[in-house]
Design a protein around this ligand. Structure first.
Ligand SMILES: Cc1ncc(COP(=O)(O)O)c(C=O)c1O
Ligand SMILES: [Zn+2]
Length: 422
């Protein structure tokens, strides 16, 4: 069955056939949405055909993806996705919420959400027989591409800013990618990668620029959909007071805006298939020093004005977000909103999540910092069921983590010394 029918520009609406374009709209540079044949998919599949699958990875959604499962079995490439959802009752109490969960994307093979996008792009690279895949990255997208590529012997080149946290650079190197550190920002690396891909004929994975990244990211929405159906079933069994019409509110941190637009695309696919009764509400959270998309949303425009990004949340430190328009729409079209948080609140969020047994990198904890602000300001009410995404592991940026907590005391090895500090 051919599911992938072509692309549609998110700005001008022009449609392109699969072989006609590769990255963005040739007319206006707009991000391209991948189009699927929903009628054919609906004819062939019922939701149960998907939810009964024994493949516990994002590949269980193959019928809804524009690529097929890469050959081979049980490599990290085949294991991306299907991340756990934890209930957070103590934090829910603290915030005055009845229902709060966290979906932990740090459980992906390279420890961030980006594995979803990279898995799909690497599958696409195999299908189009690309010799080399390249990406610009603040660290995670590159680590994900390097990991997924290593899993099946695909050659990968990563351009990252030289300021990327050492653990992320270590991942790139250990996964055997060719790593090039750029003396500049993520945005400089992005532009350079596009030029280099063009010059040397490499296949470019750049976030948002490559339309397949959002297709990988949408699989998180499919998992949320499955989990939510299951959660509802349980509530009905227990005669829960939860109003079945309360939409789920999903909090996600935003840099380039591709995770949020990918999650939105996943829910839109489910609506198009008639498999989801109501669209969840999506709330984007940006760091104060890197808030170009939130600024546009708050100004009621889709025009993204670049900023000079400064935030300790390196993964979401972006001057000019590359998927800004669709990211604004993800909140607008789902009755969501954008929330801006300072770095100090991101650090607090790292510590709060840590006390629940969850270790998030700054960009991962940003979504929770946004929820704290949203409950205080009434954007989220106590009855609203809330799911927060942790998009990356705290082990990726230990230096930032250490700023979120007091240093451990150092003592001489005596009982007297213990007594002095207790
Ligand atoms: C951990 C983490 N969270 C959030 C994001 C934001 O995703 P996007 O840039 O698609 O908005 C990224 C992107 O690199 C990330 O690595
Ligand atoms: Zn266009």
């Amino acid at each position: 069955m051919t599911k992938f029918t072509g692309y549609r520009c998110s700005l001008c609406g022009t449609e392109y056939l699969p072989g006609q374009v590769t990255y963005t709209c040739p007319k206006d540079g707009g991000n391209l949405d991948i189009e699927l044949d929903y009628t054919a998919i609906k004819k062939k599949f019922q939701p149960e055909d998907i939810t009964s699958r024994r493949d516990f990875s994002l590949w269980r959604y193959e019928p809804l993806l524009p690529v097929n499962v890469p050959k081979g079995e049980a490599t990290p490439l085949h294991m991306a996705g299907w991340t756990p959802v934890f209930k957070l009752p103590r934090l829910a109490d603290k915030l005055g919420l009845k229902h709060l969960w966290l979906k932990d994307e740090s459980r992906n093979p390279s420890a961030s959400f980006k594995d979803r996008a990279s898995a799909i792009v690497v599958a696409r690279a195999q299908e189009i027989k690309a010799e080399i895949v390249v990406t610009a990255s603040t660290g995670n997208a590159g680590a994900a591409l390097a990991c997924m590529s290593a899993a099946i012997g695909q050659k990968a080149i990563i351009f990252a800013p030289k300021s990327a946290p050492p653990a992320k650079v270590a991942q790139l190197l250990i996964f055997g990618a060719k790593v090039i550190l750029v003396d500049g920002t993520y945005d400089d690396a992005f532009d350079l990668t596009v030029k280099a891909a063009d010059e040397f004929g490499w296949y470019c994975r750049n976030t948002g620029y490559n339309p397949f990244t959002a297709e990988g990211k949408k699989t998180a929405a499919f998992e949320i959909w499955e989990w939510w159906m299951e959660a509802h079933r349980d509530w009905h069994k227990k005669d829960s007071p939860l109003d079945s019409h309360s939409p789920l509110t999903v909090f996600v941190s935003v840099g380039d805006g591709n995770i949020i637009s990918g999650i939105h695309k996943g829910f839109k696919d489910l609506v198009a298939l008639g498999w989801i009764p109501n669209m969840p509400r999506i709330i984007g959270v940006q760091a104060e020093g890197s808030a170009a998309i939130a600024n546009a949303f708050n100004a009621g425009t889709e025009k993204i004005t670049p900023v000079s990004a400064t935030t300790l949340a390196d993964s979401i430190s972006v001057d000019l977000p590359r998927d800004g328009v669709r990211a604004v729409r993800a909140a607008k079209e789902t009755n969501g909103t954008y929330i801006i948080v300072p770095d100090s609140e991101i650090l607090k969020a790292i510590a709060e999540l840590g006390k629940m047994g969850i270790f998030a990198e700054p960009a991962g904890a940003t979504a929770y910092a946004g929820l704290v602000k949203a409950t205080a300001s009434g954007v989220v009410g106590s009855d609203d069921p809330v799911l927060v995404m942790n998009t990356g592991s705290g082990l990726k940026d230990v230096k930032a983590a250490m700023q979120a907590v007091a240093a451990a005391p150092i003592i001489e090895p005596t009982l007297a010394a213990i007594k002095r500090i207790l």
